[in-house]
Write a protein that binds this ligand. Structure first.
Ligand code: NAP
Length: 275
């Protein structure tokens, strides 16, 4: 279908942004639903110093949806008329919807963590260990505690883990105590350790992983990280980072288009980019 002057623009912003797979994900969804004349999704590099000017442009150009990634998830909040309660609790926004000039912020990252886990097992009463305490850890901590899990955080800088457990409950440890992770039911890597090109790195020694655990690595480049390969060898159940990326995108898709997302087409488009 053809793009016209009525086509609504959605975009991902970040610095850098070239690596983002959001355009492929969303455009595949528009195509599958036959609404690719109504919506188009692009990417735009926006530096921190240009964010304020960019947000004026969002209003003047009536851009429909903004997905934001590093480094804008917190700083962008000051430009919005409204922030939904969940995003406020997490303290970050990754999704902005423009409703006739009124900009409202949401966070869909936490659903990207919780929904893939709940397809495998309930979170209620489980011990969930997060390795890492950065931006993604906040959404993960909110999501898993909201679903009744007990939280443990292991981070290189223990104070950052403590900040999160003060807000969401649970225990925080330094990496020198990571052996305790053996008792966790679900382990989520929310560090950048293992991210391409450092594909040989892992945040967790293999011997601490066992067959009865679920291991979720939110890194999706490479598709299968060293942590996930080790976990497979130990007989654990694994969840790929693409599932988080897909799910947070599905929730954004609903907010931007008010249509249910065509999940299979969007997953396939994402997996196609991995080959
Ligand atoms: P961030 O805010 O920069 O946090 C990075 C975390 O990694 C911090 O806890 C940091 O520890 C830890 N870390 C970094 N290098 C380390 C090292 N060498 N040894 C031990 N710990 C180290 O990043 P983020 O936004 O939370 O993102 C984390 C990862 O998730 C990134 O790789 C990102 O690509 C991925 N991600 C994936 C999705 C998805 O949709 N699948 C969504 C968001 C993010 P300190 O606190 O000690 O610095």
């Amino acid at each position: 279908m053809s793009i016209t002057a009525k086509t609504k623009i959605c975009m991902v912003i970040g610095d850098p942004v070239n690596h983002s797979l959001s355009p492929q994900l969303h455009n595949a969804g528009y195509k599958a639903l036959g609404i690719d004349n109504e919506y188009i999704f692009v990417g735009c590099r926006v530096t921190s110093e240009n964010l304020s000017d960019f947000m004026k442009g969002v209003r003047t150009m009536n851009i429909r949806g903004i997905s934001c990634t590093i480094p804008h998830k917190i700083s962008i909040m000051q430009y919005l008329e409204e922030i939904d309660d969940t995003a406020k609790k997490i303290g970050a926004v990754n999704t902005i919807v423009n409703e006739s000039g009124k900009l409202k912020g949401y966070n869909t990252d936490w659903e990207g963590i919780v929904i893939p886990i709940e397809k495998i097992t309930s979170l209620d009463g489980k011990t969930v260990a997060l390795i890492g305490a950065g931006g993604a850890a906040h959404g993960a901590a909110f999501g898993v505690t909201q679903k009744g899990a007990k939280l443990q955080i292991y981070n290189r800088t223990p104070e950052k883990g403590l900040e999160i457990t003060r807000q969401f409950g649970g225990e925080s440890f330094g990496l020198d105590e990571i052996e305790k992770i053996k008792n966790a039911d679900i382990i989520i890597n929310v560090t950048s350790v293992g991210l391409s090109p450092n594909e040989n790195e892992t945040p967790l020694p293999k011997e601490y992983i066992s067959a009865n655990q679920v291991i979720f690595d939110i890194i999706y480049t490479p598709y299968e990280t060293r942590l996930l390969k080790d976990a497979k060898e130990q007989g654990a159940t694994i969840i790929h980072g693409t599932e988080m990326f897909l799910q947070q995108g599905i929730e954004q898709f609903k907010l931007y288009t008010e249509h249910d997302a065509p999940v299979d087409a969007m997953r396939q488009a994402l997996l196609n980019t991995m080959n």
